[in-house]
Design a protein. Structure first.
Length: 324
C-alpha cells in the first residue's frame, strides 16, 4: 500500500513538473519596453524608434519605446538598472551612460546607478556631433567662434542635454583643446537643446547628424564642424575638429543594455535578435534616411568599445571638474 502510494505520488510530481514547464511561456511572451532616458527628438530616441519595429518583427513581440528623461539620462538608466532582470525592460543608452556615475562622484553626489548594474547587449550606432549655429549667426566658421571665445571668455553660450551628456562633452573637449571657455545652458535633452538654438536662446549647440540633418537641409542652421577624426559622407563640406587644428574627437554612440542578472538564454535571444534586426532593409533604410552611422557590435566588442571610450572621457571629466 505504502509502495503504491509512493509510486503514485512520484508520478504526480513528475506530471506537475511537466505541466509547470509547459505553463512557462518562452521568452518573449509579451511586449518589451525599450527605455530612452532622454526626451523625444534626440539621438537615442531616433535610434530606438528606427530599431523598434524590425526588432519586434524578429522577436514576434511589440517593442514599446518609452521616454523617461531626467538628470542627463541618469533617471531612465537607473530605472532600467533596477528593473526586474527578465528581458522585458531594456535601455537604449547613449555614450554618457558610461561616464555619468564617475561624473556624479567628481561632483560630490551619489550616482543614480552603477555601470555594473547593466548588461551590454549590442552597440547600434556611433556618430560624431556637429556644431551648429543659426544661419543669421556672425560665425561662419569654427575659427570665427574660437576667436570670439578667446577674446571674451565665457560670453558665448551653448545649449546642451545636461551636464556630462554628449553635447556638453563634445563642446568641452573642443574648448579644452582650443584653450577657450564657453557657458553651458542645459535643456534636458538633445531635442530641447536644438529648439533652444532655433529659438535664439543660445549662440550654438551640437547635435548628432540624424538630429541635425533636417534643420541643416531647411537652411535654419549652419554647420561649422564635426567632432569626428575626419569629415563624414553625409556632410562632406563640413570640416572636422582635427582638420580645423584641434586634437579632439568625440562620438555619440547608442547601444542596448539589459539589467544585470538577466538570464543567459534571454541575453542570447536578444543578441541574436539584434544581429538579425540590424540587417533588415527597414532598419538600414531608416538609418540612411536619418543620416545615422550604423556601427553594430555584439556584446563582447560593445563592452570593450564602451570601456575604452569611458577611459578617454574620464580624462576630460577630471579636466572639467566639479559642476554645481
Amino acid at each position: 500500500m505504502k509502495k503504491s502510494f509512493a509510486i503514485a505520488f512520484t508520478l504526480f510530481l513528475n506530471l506537475l513538473c511537466v505541466f509547470t514547464a509547459q505553463a512557462e511561456d518562452p521568452y518573449p511572451s509579451s511586449s518589451i519596453s525599450l527605455i530612452v532616458a532622454n526626451p523625444p527628438g534626440g539621438a537615442a530616441d531616433l535610434n530606438a524608434r528606427i530599431l523598434a519595429e524590425p526588432l519586434g518583427t524578429v522577436l514576434k513581440q511589440a517593442i514599446v519605446v518609452q521616454n523617461k528623461p531626467g538628470i542627463g539620462g541618469a533617471l531612465g538608466t537607473a530605472y532600467v538598472a533596477n528593473a526586474k532582470p527578465n528581458g522585458y525592460t531594456l535601455a537604449m543608452s547613449l555614450s554618457s551612460v558610461v561616464v555619468h556615475p564617475e561624473a556624479e562622484r567628481i561632483s560630490g553626489r551619489k550616482p543614480q546607478y552603477e555601470l555594473n548594474q547593466l548588461e551590454p547587449i549590442a552597440l547600434i550606432s556611433s556618430d560624431p556631433m556637429i556644431i551648429l549655429v543659426k544661419t543669421e549667426s556672425p560665425f561662419k566658421t569654427l575659427e570665427d567662434l574660437i576667436k570670439a571665445a578667446k577674446a571674451e571668455p565665457g560670453k558665448y553660450n551653448y545649449s546642451s542635454s545636461g551636464n556630462f551628456g554628449p553635447i556638453h562633452l563634445s563642446v568641452e573637449m573642443l574648448a579644452y583643446q582650443a584653450g577657450v571657455k564657453f557657458t553651458q545652458v542645459p535643456f534636458g535633452g538633445g531635442g530641447p537643446s536644438l529648439l533652444a538654438l532655433l529659438g535664439g536662446q543660445v549662440d550654438f549647440t551640437t547635435a548628432a547628424p540624424g538630429v541635425a540633418a533636417a534643420q541643416i537641409a531647411s537652411g535654419k542652421v549652419r554647420p561649422l564642424a564635426v567632432s569626428s577624426a575626419k569629415r563624414i559622407s553625409a556632410f562632406p563640406d563640413v570640416p572636422s575638429y582635427r582638420e580645423a587644428g584641434y586634437d579632439a574627437q568625440y562620438y555619440i554612440w547608442a547601444g542596448i543594455y539589459a539589467p544585470k542578472g538577466t538570464p543567459v538564454p534571454i541575453i542570447m535571444t536578444l543578441r541574436n535578435a539584434l544581429k538579425e534586426a540590424v540587417k533588415s532593409p527597414q532598419f538600414t533604410s531608416g538609418f540612411q534616411k536619418q543620416n545615422i552611422i550604423m556601427d553594430y557590435r555584439d556584446a563582447p566588442e560593445f563592452e570593450k568599445f564602451a570601456q575604452e571610450d569611458g577611459k578617454r572621457m574620464l580624462t576630460l571629466l577630471k579636466a572639467i571638474g566639479k559642476i554645481d
